[in-house]
Structure formats: structure tokens, C-alpha cells
Design a protein around this ligand. Sequence first.
Ligand SMILES: [Zn+2]
Length: 96
Amino acid sequence: MLPFEKCPVCGGELKEKVVEKILHGGKHTAILQVTAEVCLHCGERLYDEDVVKLFKKIRNKLKRQDLIGFDPSGQAFTVDKEWLNKQMQPAANRVG
Ligand SMILES: [Zn+2]
């Protein structure tokens, strides 16, 4: 199925696992469960060529806002920069 028997990154052992993949297209996000070969050493994921094609198809669907076959799954948010900066301030500036 895959051209690799060992991880191409670190040479570690690969194991077939069901993983959660997050795809972005335009402003939208889609989540799906797919089977991948996962490196037990570094966590690198290898996908079958057909699966990679499927990812591309899903990204294009998201870009086109073609949501047939997709179910709503909560909302996606962009973390506000102002809020983020507040969280990143040095501990000395924080109350308590
Ligand atoms: Zn690896």
C-alpha cells in the first residue's frame, strides 16, 4: 500500500492507526478520521496516495463552500491578538 516500510524521517517502526486529520480550506475547517501509518518513534504520519487525494478534494470543497457530505461540528475561532498578548505577558506583570 505504502512505499515505506520504515519511517522516512527517523527510520522508526510504522504502525497502522486511525488518526484525526484537520483540514483547512478558505476560512473553513473539516475534521475526519482516516487510517495512516504512524511512526512509533517520532509520530510522523504517512498517508496513502488516495487519502492525500481525498484531503485535496476536501480542501477544495471547503474553499468552494460546497458542504455536501459535511456535518456541522461546533464553531472554529481565531484567537484575538489582544487577548493572546495579555496571556503572553511576563508573569511579573500579572496580578497574583
Ligand atoms: Zn519517525
